[in-house]
Design a protein. Structure first.
Length: 503
């Protein structure tokens, strides 16, 4: 019988440099913030000084600012306006230019400083803070009102407009839930909690009915809102924190990689009456994978943990299928494992152009982790074999079009190197789009200056370490060049040989 090992599963789910390592995810987001701030400063002369100052600030000052719900929302809105050609002035710059605001010296973010009572429920695992009531002075009313608005927009119209003022007892219950989560999952727990900034409590109406819990993407960044009922016992609190904090972690992951190509494609969900997009499928799969590890660890919880927090739920806790859905009628998809395997099948069976190669690796990464808690889970995921490629169109080692042309890098660009992660972040100011280049593509990009594709492949082969054949070099450079051309980072010179093929 295969060995169940939640610790091995944790190790897999927290070590992957792209999807699991929270420190690496944070470093990529900081790089993105710095380039974005530099571009905003170049486009908004009025607020340029404060935007450029923040871009040059240390990580300990930049992170509390861009983890703040209001300021991160403003940053994402600004970058979206830049990308869509609708930028006029920086909303973020407007907040930063407020005379009453200064870079935090103690790690306290702007909205956190508006709370009546400072409350950090897990100070050893991140800088999250609890909504304990606003006390905004006149000079910071705009910030306070925007925070209220972001919270209000998370609920249905005419629902509660802002979270309750948490009591010390509620903060303590939240702390106990976080302690249980990090004790039960000493790697996953701290990893997800560091992606949380705000925790608020509300009984507002969500789109799916009375609020249980929700986590914010761009509309309410880095935030969790939950019903006070989720504090009923530490196990419920811990599960809720894992659920929503895992979502926030994945939101941060998605800032530096693309898992889905077709954002419009829909997937039928048997336990719901509506279909989901592929990105929602992957978000749910990510949570169910972490919940599987949580449940496995709960079944093996140490006696001292049970003595301290009480016994875990006897039955698996999962929401019921929506009335009227196929699963409700047939009695299926009522367990985490059933739903997880279904979602993995849908993602891995997706047609060409729907889920990216990174998205497929993401699914396999999750399955690798789950296998150590649910041995044999891979055998439950039924995925059809890929269609046989058409020999007339399949030629992986073919060189790109215009093989006799000369390649050049497009300028100007803003770049940020992350050598530890073997990634380069490139931002084209006229497009305002961030491009993440892996080590292979970064190398090819660096070599694209007055070269033909033929000589590019040979230069790549000489640049990389180790022995590489000519066919392999052509295949890699062709793939990377296709990506660079599509992104607009390189282009063909005016004519073949226009710049010469420099040695």
């Amino acid at each position: 019988m295969a060995t169940v090992s939640p610790r091995t599963a944790e190790d897999i789910l927290t070590r992957d440099g792209l999807f699991g390592d929270s420190a690496a995810i944070e470093a990529r987001n900081l790089a993105r913030y710095r380039l974005g701030l530099s571009l905003l400063g170049a486009r908004d002369s009025r607020h340029a000084p404060v935007l450029h100052a923040l871009a040059l600030a240390g990580d300990d000052q930049l992170l509390p600012v861009l983890a703040d719900p209001v300021l991160r929302n403003a940053f994402e809105d600004d970058t979206a306006c830049l990308e869509n050609g609708a930028f006029t002035a920086s909303a973020l710059g407007g907040y930063l230019a407020d005379d009453a605001w200064q870079l935090p010296a103690d790690g306290t973010g702007p909205c956190e400083s508006l709370m009546r009572t400072p409350a950090r429920p897990w100070p050893g695992n991140g800088a999250a803070w609890v909504w304990t009531g606003l006390r905004a002075p006149v000079s910071q009313q705009a910030m306070a009102e925007r925070l209220r608005e972001l919270c209000r927009n998370s609920f249905e119209p005419d629902s509660q407009t802002e979270p309750y003022d948490a009591t010390p007892e509620m903060v303590e219950a939240l702390r106990q839930g976080a302690d249980l989560l990090t004790s039960l999952l000493p790697q996953i727990g701290p990893s997800v909690l560091r992606h949380v900034s705000l925790i608020g409590f509300s009984d507002g109406e969500s789109a799916d009915g009375p609020l249980q819990s929700l986590s914010g993407g761009d509309p309410l960044p880095s935030a969790i809102l939950m019903s006070p009922g989720r504090l009923a016992d530490p196990w419920t609190t811990a599960e809720t924190l894992l659920h929503e904090a895992a979502h926030l972690k994945l939101f941060d992951v998605l800032r530096s990689c693309s898992l889905v190509e077709d954002g419009t494609a829909q997937v039928p969900i048997p336990w719901r009456q509506s279909s989901w997009s592929f990105i929602r499928v992957l978000v749910a799969l990510h949570f169910y994978a972490h919940m599987t590890v949580f449940q496995s660890a709960a079944r093996a919880a140490a006696p001292e943990l049970i003595a301290r927090y009480g016994p875990p739920p006897a039955d698996e806790v999962i929401d019921e299928p929506t009335p009227g859905s196929p699963a409700a009628a047939l009695g299926t998809h009522r367990t985490v494992l059933e739903r997880l395997t279904y979602l993995a099948e849908q993602a891995l069976s997706a047609g060409h152009g729907q889920v990216t190669p990174e998205g497929r690796r993401f699914v396999h990464w999750l399955l690798d982790g789950i296998e150590h808690c649910e041995p044999g889970v891979r055998s439950l995921v039924q995925v059809p074999l890929p269609a046989t490629a058409n020999p007339a169109t399949a030629n992986p080692s073919a060189e790109p079009a215009s093989a006799d042309g000369v390649l050049v890098r497009n300028e100007p660009v803003l770049v940020r190197e992350l050598p530890d992660q073997r990634q380069l972040l490139v931002l084209l100011p006229d497009q305002a789009r961030f491009h993440w280049l892996d080590a292979h593509t970064w190398t090819v990009y660096a070599l694209c200056e007055g070269v033909t594709p033929t000589s590019l492949a040979e230069r790549y082969r000489r640049t990389v370490h180790g022995v590489m054949g000519e066919d392999a070099a052509r295949t890699i450079t062709s793939r990377c060049l296709d990506l660079l051309l599509a992104a607009g980072l390189v282009s063909w010179a005016d004519g073949p040989g226009a710049l010469g093929d420099t040695p």
